[in-house]
Unconditional design. Structure first.
Length: 173
């Protein structure tokens, strides 16, 4: 019971950061003259639907539990709707861990070459190198490690499949 409560509490840390991340995206849109209402009312384009659908592993599509919600994060939503909570955490991992790694790399390279005032993505970099994001990464890594303990070989293979699928979706953005 304690493990389940701890997992929920730790997951809440990550969800809290997702709210920060969403505001960052909305702020960028506002800088380009796009209001929150316009973002929320925007219809998903066929190209977005097609690319997010193409990242799904073929056996997942044939799964009778498969759900196809209209979302840019279709793959992650599909995993959340049809698989375990652990696999949902695995599906979020490429973004959670990758964004921090990329931001730290850009930040370290930029601090020796480009003034941060000239970088239009500086707010993005600052968000992903911030202490709260580092905490979300730490918690996410801990949840993944704890969740992987005791998985069978097929369970680990499924987790790898989900991670690779989610990575492919992230790389297509």
């Amino acid at each position: 019971m304690f493990y389940a409560v701890l997992t929920v509490m730790q997951s809440a840390t990550i969800v809290t950061h997702i709210n920060t991340e969403m505001q960052l995206h909305l702020d960028y849109c506002a800088e380009f003259g796009i209001s929150r209402a316009e973002v929320e009312a925007a219809e998903e384009s066929p190209a977005s639907i097609a690319y997010s659908r193409s990242a799904l592993p073929s056996r997942h599509v044939s799964d009778p539990r498969y759900i196809d919600p209209p979302s840019n994060h279709r793959y992650i939503l599909d995993i959340g709707a049809t698989r375990s909570p652990f696999l949902l955490q695995v599906a979020f991992a490429p973004c959670l861990l990758g964004y921090g790694a990329i931001a730290r790399r850009i930040h370290s390279e930029a601090s020796t070459s480009t003034p941060t005032t000239q970088n239009p993505y500086q707010k993005w970099i600052d968000t992903y190198i911030g202490e709260d994001y580092a905490e979300a990464e730490r918690v996410g890594s801990e949840l993944l490690e704890r969740g992987a303990v005791g998985l069978s070989r097929s369970g680990l293979e499924e987790a790898v499949e989900v991670f690779v699928g989610a990575t492919k979706v992230s790389l297509k953005r």
